[in-house]
Design a binder for this molecule. Structure first.
Ligand SMILES: NC(=O)c1ccc[n+]([C@@H]2O[C@H](COP(=O)([O-])OP(=O)(O)OC[C@H]3O[C@@H](n4cnc5c(N)ncnc54)[C@H](O)[C@@H]3O)[C@@H](O)[C@H]2O)c1
Length: 373
């Protein structure tokens, strides 16, 4: 099916170039083209040219290439959206920054803190915006939880929890050998690590202990697969957090967060598709979301919309106040926890995060005037 891009609401829309036309790149492409009126999707690059052609013809994008450099160096492109595999992220961020382009990059920002730092240095030098794809922050319930924490409703965080259960089927994980070793920490739990860091403002993760196994596809463990993991994290303010993940939840896509503090508790998330619940002779029932792009559709749109606003603000010379969106510090802090967890799972020992990287807390979240900090 073909769609026309929406009419832009702006005389000078933000012209976005997409790099990576796979699963999440295609969804982000639709968000920009169909749901964010202040932006246009103007170019797509991916070495898989047939994938680019399919997406471009569906969304009416005329500039296509197999080479990301063509999009990055196109003078008519304002901002680069990176949805390529992880091993290309840091290099693509750096190349986009050198070309003076603002960047939205999927998580994680790199495979190592060192390569991420190098990319962030290039972005600093070029004074461009870099935002990372920590979409949970933009889900209405998680955002409300953070606001309640900021407002002091929960008190000082003491126990925290975040979990991700990816949707699965009775047949188990399809082609588990295609999942790179470390994926559960670097690409799945990294969302939970960012969520926990973000829901504990001002604190940094200090120590990490991880236990992981291949319980869904034990035959793939020898090839490096880990499909089930629990990670404990202790924070500089004493809070103790647990993050857990599994790749095969038969009941749908399940993402939850919880912060228990000195004054109470706040929870967010859950697998329900909506709050509609049936009550019948058979009992209670509710439909569940089956895909990330269903559960987080609005959050994915909101994070890109925030990015487009930040690009416009920079273009118009408007000063940004504080760390409004997940940026380099957040990407670094989450990546450091993921790498510490990977090392802990391998060694069976707790790992000091300081042995992975020197961390600092993210700046306080910007609050519009009139709202409490
Ligand atoms: N935020 C989220 O919820 C979320 C969800 C899914 C994926 N992701 C992240 O997005 C990234 C991509 O994941 P995916 O599931 O879409 O993967 P995918 O395999 O479906 O797509 C990746 C695409 O990148 C292309 N590619 C390969 N090398 C490239 C290069 N050098 N330059 C440009 N493109 C290249 C591939 O041809 C493919 O089309 C990963 O970092 C992943 O962790 C984030």
């Amino acid at each position: 099916m073909s769609y026309f891009q929406h009419p832009v609401s702006d005389a000078k829309p933000v012209r976005v170039g997409l790099i990576g036309a796979g699963w999440i790149g295609s969804f982000h492409a639709e968000s920009v083209a169909l749901r964010i009126p202040a932006a246009r999707l103007d170019a797509i690059a991916d070495p898989d040219l047939p994938a680019v052609e399919t997406l471009a013809s569906r969304l009416g994008v005329s500039k296509i290439s197999a080479d990301p450099a063509d999009v990055i160096n196109d003078p008519e492109i304002d901002a680069i959206l990176i949805a390529a595999p992880v091993r290309f992220h840091a290099g693509l961020i750096a190349a986009a920054a050198r070309a003076g382009k603002d960047v939205f990059c999927e998580k994680p920002g790199g495979r190592t803190v060192e390569e991420l730092d190098e990319a962030l240095r290039e972005a600093d030098t070029a004074r461009v915006t870099v935002q990372f794809g920590f979409n949970r922050r933009y889900a209405a319930d998680f955002a409300a939880a953070r606001k309640l924490i900021d407002d002091g409703v929960v008190g000082t965080p003491q126990l925290m929890r975040s979990l991700t259960r990816d949707p699965g089927t009775a047949a188990g994980i399809a082609n588990p050998e295609r999942i790179a070793p470390g994926t559960i920490f670097l690409e799945t739990l990294i969302h939970d690590f960012d969520t926990l860091n973000w829901l504990n403002p001002g604190a940094i993760p200090i120590s990490v202990y991880a236990v992981a196994d291949a319980l869904v596809a034990p035959e793939a463990k020898a090839g490096g697969l880990l499909d089930t993991a629990v990670v404990t994290i202790t924070y500089s303010n004493g809070a103790i957090a647990v993050a857990e993940a599994n790749f095969n939840a038969l009941y749908g896509y399940d993402v939850r967060g919880e912060v228990f503090g000195s004054a109470g508790m706040v929870t967010a998330g859950g697998p329900q598709e909506s709050s509609a619940t049936t009550y019948t002779a058979a009992g209670m029932g509710a439909a569940t979301a089956r895909l990330n792009v269903d559960l987080f559709r609005d959050a994915y749109t909101a994070e890109l919309s925030a990015f487009v606003d930040a690009v416009k603000a920079r273009r118009e010379g408007i000063q940004e106040h504080g760390n409004k969106h997940p940026g380099g510090v957040d990407a670094r802090n989450a990546l450091a926890v993921a790498l510490a967890a990977l090392r802990s799972a391998e060694s069976g020992m707790p790992v000091d995060v300081a042995t992975v990287a020197d961390l600092r807390p993210a700046e306080p979240q910007f609050q519009p005037a009139g709202e409490s900090a």
